[in-house]
Write a protein that binds this ligand. Sequence first.
Ligand code: PBG
Length: 335
Amino acid sequence: MPVMAPAPFPSHRPRRLRATPALRDLVAETEVSVTDLVAPLFVRDGIDAPAPITSLPGVSQHTVESLRREVGELAELGIRGVMVFGVPAVKDATGSQSCAADGIAQRAIAALRADVGDDVVIIADTCVDEYTDHGHCGIVDDQGRVDNDATLALYTAAAVAQVRAGAHMVAPSGMMDGQVAAIRAALDADGHHNIPVMAYAAKYASGHYGPFRDAVDVTIADGGDRKGYQQDWRNGREALVEVAADVAQGADIVMVKPAVAYLDVISQVRDMVDIPVAAYQVSGEYAMISAAAANGWIDGDVVALEHLTAIRRAGAGIIMTYFARWFAEGAGGQR
Ligand code: PBG
């Protein structure tokens, strides 16, 4: 038998599987589903009409009434989760409205729960920066530092108030050490053994939160930042330490935040844990896509879908995203 000449190319040629849209759909590894998405929503005390947020085009600070309409529409569109952020009329040093039974977030959560029952998972952001006059995520000591352990009492009180109001899940976002264990214990003590905790486990001191701070009217006092409690973006392995700590404390879901600049972290966390992994595509990520698209510099529909897919591909099963409604409405018809 004559020996066959070697093929000029390796016989595996990936382009064979890219020939038609149907073939591409057939072999696609990753699909973003509307049921993976959580819409972050803002409700503000003391306004009588929704107030658009300039740096988050298409997103508003809601009244309780307009929030109810929005969530009703999102439910109709198939969205399964909303994350509620409250903006109080009055802020103070300890963020006391975060745990008041009649605080804006609690009133909004109660109204939503009455409207949607269990059809949509109502997630409460459990933090205090939206409520403090200095803009930090906790109690500030006389040196200007955030006091970790004193802050835990605020978080537990807020979590209990949110769950009593009707939240299905709480999501502590303040990056205090021990916050998951403290909240778990407080919820259990109040009889809420079945309420899961979604931990913002690996949260970076990112430049991508700017528009969010407009959305919740937060300015950090004295030109401060959150580098003393949120993670340094030079560190990837440290995120795994944070995640392991939260899992050990009883987190039911762990989150990485922001998303696209931290796909490596999402991927490593996905490999490490066997509980659900979430990612938060934050305000600045949304704003960058929106602004470039508004200038005609990119096709916003394509890039938004590309980013959501990349976050999913990296391993996040749940995505908090300001694109939730847009996606549920048909994702710009793109694929
Ligand atoms: C803190 C919190 C922040 C975000 C969610 N929770 C801001 C921060 O840490 O400064 C940011 C979300 C976004 O940018 O979309 N409570």
